[in-house]
Design a protein around this ligand. Sequence first.
Ligand SMILES: [Zn+2]
Length: 431
Amino acid sequence: MDVSRPTDSVDRLPVVYVYSKELAIASSLLPSNKARSIMVHKLSAAFGLLSSDPGSSQPKRIVTLAPARATPKDLTMYHDEGYVEAVLDPKYRFKARQQELEGSVEFGLVDDCPAFRGLAEYVELIGGASLAAANVLRQEKADIAICWDGGRLVSHHAHKAHAAGFCYVADCVLAILALKKPALAKAISTPAPRKTHVMYLDLDLHFSDGVSQTFYSPQSSSYQQVLTLSVHHAAPGFYPVNTLSAIPDPESSDFDPYTLSIPLHRGASNSTFATIWPIIERVKDTFGPDYIVVQCGVDGLSGDPHATWNWSLGGEGSLGWCLSRIVNDWSGRKLLLGGGGYHTANAARAWTYLTSIAMGRPLSLDSEIPDGIGDAFPAYAPSFTLDVPPGQMQDHNTAEYLDSVKTSYDEIVRRLEEKIAVNANGPSRKI
Ligand SMILES: [Zn+2]
């Protein structure tokens, strides 16, 4: 593919969409999301999003990027060598002859993360996909890169040496580590540029434990380049149980202003997201990211089998509205990743719609599902439209609760400002 800068205008950098048939097939093997990837890419293609004509009047063109497979060296940027060896074992190759696959208990390849035929290719391709997306941003070949096969679907629960929560490879972390590397040579100037800031914003129903824990560093005096902010459902026993999923307490010795959480209650709706959005923007403005990695998990949308939130695609505070704010109003380059989402047709609807927003030509949510998606068409019953509207669930995030979140964040943001000032003037910033 050609992701070179278009000649007509420097403002018309393409949106890069990471896709290959090999990637979609490998991704569709994931036991928790069988065939989802193929359905997502098919719907985007059927809406004509993946074949934009550079000469057309579309605000941005899109180019698809076929990822290279991640190498063991790429994967060990984060994962332990033993784990990488275990998941890339030839017995997990798609063409392996073995009938019965025994998963390793030591590496967590059991229960909700069973070993499967094609696991090795899956890990290589998903890791490679998110790394490819991060690298086109670093190379300034795109302002927005999309990798719907990345994100939770494989990763934000995956720990260094253990698969967990349907996740086998921490592609989110690999992408962040790639983005935070020193700027490429052309950006080096005197005085030395500020170190790259990467913000990770997780909109999945589940807390981003793997990513948050990786960059969590309370009382650290070193320069912090990564800020994580997870908006998620929290209730006693809800997966994953982790102390970092609560509202951070600035008075605690464990407090890290760069590891942030906004836990929400049952039924979270557009209105709740519209209310908390200014908090997210304040954190972003205070931190000043060069890159924003957005994990766009869609298991909080109405209709998901989790039936926990009541979020929807359109209207103020919706997922579409939030993404539109990010891609249109926020400065910095954006990496959009997928994540959870267990109503397969709704996941395809959501990521197709978000792709159209990223391209600057949002589809109408009333659009009918086009022909040309073959056997998948009946899955879009009964509406056969693009929209994922809200359901009837009551939103338990009361005005009092959301007010208390805002009050907590007044102090959290103040502490973040202080820490950033220390960072900026600390020994590591002296030239
Ligand atoms: Zn999830």
